[in-house]
Design a protein around this ligand. Structure first.
Ligand SMILES: [Zn+2]
Length: 102
């Protein structure tokens, strides 16, 4: 994805936002992000989810559906705290960035 390095923070915030509301899984998140204009491959999203779990922002469980298992993620307390702080920062940034827009 173009500008991936700049936008990964926003993508993580999207993930946290949705994972704080309900359990999410990879393909659902890929579809949701596509609605917002982020085209992510599983090869990009899954390592991101794993890293966020490793860092304590997400927790996961495997839901068995017959022979296949689906990994469901939800935000931890730490993840929700991070999201709350990020929202404050995003609001501040948005205010500043829009003010200087032609
Ligand atoms: Zn979203």
């Amino acid at each position: 994805m173009k500008f991936n390095d700049l936008l990964t923070g926003f993508i993580r915030l999207h993930i946290l936002h949705h994972a704080a509301e309900r359990e999410i899984y990879g393909q659902w998140m890929i579809d949701e992000l596509a609605h917002h204009g982020y085209r992510l491959s599983p090869g990009t999203l899954y390592p991101m989810l794993h890293a966020m779990e490793r860092n304590g922002y997400l927790t996961s469980r495997v839901l068995r559906q017959g022979r296949v298992g689906r990994k469901l993620y939800k935000a931890t307390k730490l993840g929700k705290q991070g999201l709350a702080l990020a929202k404050v920062r995003v609001r501040e940034f948005t205010g500043e960035a829009m003010k200087h827009q032609g």
